[in-house]
Design a protein around this ligand. Structure first.
Ligand SMILES: [Zn+2]
Length: 382
């Protein structure tokens, strides 16, 4: 038992030192000892170990104020990497990130939407290329995080159901077993929420992320953790109902919020109003920016419906932060105040000052969230 506690303390000290090195550009052992309140002997032992693993390196001798020169050390930011992957209905997106969370390389490959097996074969080929290019192996690659639209069994790495990818009960994790590294599979809204939360974790504990893409998802962070539900199916905001016998949803049911608020539904509404035939959000944005009246009217109606969904969230969760992100980001820039007013207009319990409704910092937060999973797991003190 004593042995177990001893190795746990050792592990904790090591992680604390790495976490401090990630924050500082360079630092002396003495300062590490002072800041973390760990004995200088323990710091030295750890640093020797970290050096032998290539995680830490000497910088130079700092000017000393007398006596012996102090050697500064720093973290070798390319000592460990992580790969973030996002599977979307038309693309595979891959980002290689180093331990300092810097994006080293990003790739975007179009797939043929010809079944999950083929999509994963294409993904494997591209990951193998990336691993060769950067000499990645189980020693320097902390893991792969994979984001996708749909429900997943996070523990087992199984896609439970993703109609956008045409996958059901598909074991994704096992496709990467040959790499011998940790693999994390999660829903895109969860990972976006996670990424936004990591950037704000010093100031808040709870956050909701509404992901608006081909579908409508919700990521829920409670007390700093992703809330997944007892059956891994939380956050299916898109399939909450707002109308009886309403519009048909891609899931097969009628009246789902997603049928009115996905990006496809925005485009469909515009095509109907304008007798047009645009096919993607960029074209819609273009027309909106050219002050096309139909584009403005359709977006206003769209936001009113979206506000119903957001208002329901506010009523249920009473959150202090809702982040909205995805393909809608650019369109929301000058509409966020209007949206806030709509969300709170019939709320007798709280008001708009109680909750920040903001636009996500990136369109593809889910991809970076996926890449952060292995890094955070590596750094987490348990
Ligand atoms: Zn639905």
């Amino acid at each position: 038992m004593i042995e177990v506690n001893h190795s746990k303390i050792k592990e904790t000290n090591r992680k604390k030192i790495i976490a401090l090195l990630l924050k500082k550009n360079e630092i002396t052992k003495l300062d590490i000892s002072r800041i973390l309140d760990i004995s200088i002997t323990t710091v030295s032992t750890n640093i020797t170990e970290l050096k032998s693993e290539g995680i830490v390196e000497d910088v130079r001798s700092l000017e000393s104020t007398g006596g012996r020169k102090a050697i500064a050390i720093k973290l070798n930011e390319n000592c460990r990497y992580s790969i973030g992957v996002a599977l979307t209905p038309n693309h595979i997106k891959i980002s290689l990130v180093n331990i300092k969370k810097k994006v080293i390389e990003s790739m975007r490959v179009r797939h043929n939407s010809d079944g999950i097996e083929n999509i994963i074969n294409l993904l494997n080929e591209n990951i193998d290329l990336l691993m060769k290019k950067y000499n990645l192996c189980s020693a320097n690659l902390l893991g792969i995080g994979i984001s996708l639209p749909g429900t997943v069994d996070f523990k087992e790495g199984i896609i439970k159901y993703s109609y956008l990818l045409g996958a059901k009960d598909f074991n994704l994790k096992e496709k990467f077993e040959y790499l011998d590294i940790p693999v994390y599979v999660d829903n895109e809204a969860n990972l976006s929420a996670y990424y936004e939360f990591l950037n704000k974790r010093d100031i808040l504990r709870n956050l909701l992320y509404v992901s608006i893409t081909e579908g409508l998802g919700l990521g829920i962070i409670i007390n700093g953790k992703i809330y997944r539900g007892d059956n891994n199916s939380s956050g299916e905001l898109g399939h909450t109902k707002i109308a009886i016998d309403g519009k048909k949803c891609k899931c097969g049911a009628r009246g789902c919020l997603e049928a009115y608020t996905s990006m496809n539904s925005l485009i469909d509404s515009y095509n109907e109003a304008n007798s047009s035939n645009i096919s993607d959000i960029d074209e819609f944005e273009e027309r909106y920016n050219q002050n096309d009246k139909d584009a403005h009217d359709v977006l206003n109606d769209y936001l009113k419906t979206l506000s119903l969904g957001l208002s329901n969230l506010v009523m249920i969760f009473d959150p202090s932060s809702i982040v909205i992100g995805g393909d809608i980001n650019n369109l929301l820039n000058d509409k966020i105040d209007m949206l806030k007013k709509e969300v709170y207009k019939d709320n007798l319990f709280t008001n708009e000052n109680n909750c920040s409704i903001s636009i996500a910092s990136f369109k593809e937060s889910y991809l970076l969230g996926a890449a952060m999973m292995p890094i955070e797991e590596f750094l987490e003190i348990k």
